[in-house]
Design a binder for this molecule. Structure first.
Ligand code: ATP
Length: 235
């Protein structure tokens, strides 16, 4: 569903990605972990059209989207949930969600919103509340919900767990697992919280200085001493 081949990208004169290959089929969740500055966020930006790759190939649902602007990549079926959890603070939760569905036919919007509220039930009683007054975890749910309102096939998320209490991390990751299992979304997740990522992911890719250093199932990688020491806090 999401296919990334030999992706090179960076900023001005800084080369960050040196040939990234990733595949995320429908109904699959791939987590990308790695040290600070390894280039995880840059992978998501290059995939979703926020920066232009210098070379390589990205396809979404079989359509080549390499080098297209973010709106076009979104129209091909990819929703990007960025790191900074930006809601429109003075707009209500309902309006924040509706903004994510602006490209959809109005007949779809109610169904789409019902699905988001089914996934994140705590948003239901807060629909009329300004989104800026929600807790961090609830704001994260709004931002993910807003992405889902466009009816994507591929969901990419940048560190959705940052700064959240363990219970909320578990709620959000349970929602991602449902989107994968019930809606068949292809999910690409960048995470600092390797333990949480290992619990939900089907496969994990470890990034190091702009390359994929190793990948495998969580069970395979948990058996790797270096991964265990560097990311899982094991000895
Ligand atoms: P973290 O876990 O700290 O978020 P990351 O693995 O997501 O790190 P990136 O944010 O992709 O890493 O950053 C990779 C490199 O690109 C870093 O050296 C960073 O300083 C640089 N970089 C990131 N964003 C920009 C930018 N907008 N302009 C210039 N350099 C940038």
């Amino acid at each position: 569903m999401l296919h990334v081949e030999s992706l090179h990208a960076g900023y001005d004169n800084l080369r960050v990605l040196h040939g990234i290959d990733l595949d995320v089929p429908a109904g699959d969740l791939l987590a990308v972990i790695g040290a600070n500055g390894a280039g995880k966020t840059t992978v998501l930006r290059a995939v979703s059209g926020l920066i232009r790759p210098s070379s390589g190939r990205v396809t979404v649902d079989g359509r080549a989207v390499t080098g297209l602007r973010a709106e076009k990549v979104a129209a091909a079926g990819l929703a990007h949930v960025p790191e900074n959890r930006l809601v429109f603070p003075s707009l209500t939760v309902a309006d924040n969600l509706a903004l994510g569905g602006w490209t959809r036919r109005s007949s779809r919007l109610t169904d789409d919103r019902d699905r988001v509220l089914d996934l994140f039930p705590r948003l239901r009683s807060r629909l009329a509340q300004p989104a800026g007054t929600l807790s961090g975890g609830e704001q994260q749910m709004v931002v993910i919900g807003r992405g889902l309102m466009a009816g994507p096939k591929v969901l990419v998320l940048d560190e959705p767990s940052v700064g959240l209490a363990p219970r909320l991390v578990a709620e959000i990751f349970a929602a991602l697992a449902r989107l994968r299992d019930e809606a068949g979304l292809a999910i690409l997740l960048v995470e600092q919280n390797a333990r949480a990522a290992f619990r939900v992911a089907d496969r994990v890719a470890v990034m190091d200085r702009g390359r994929i250093a190793t990948k495998g199932t969580p069970a395979e990688l948990a058996g790797d001493d270096r991964v265990q020491r560097a990311y899982l806090g094991g000895g």
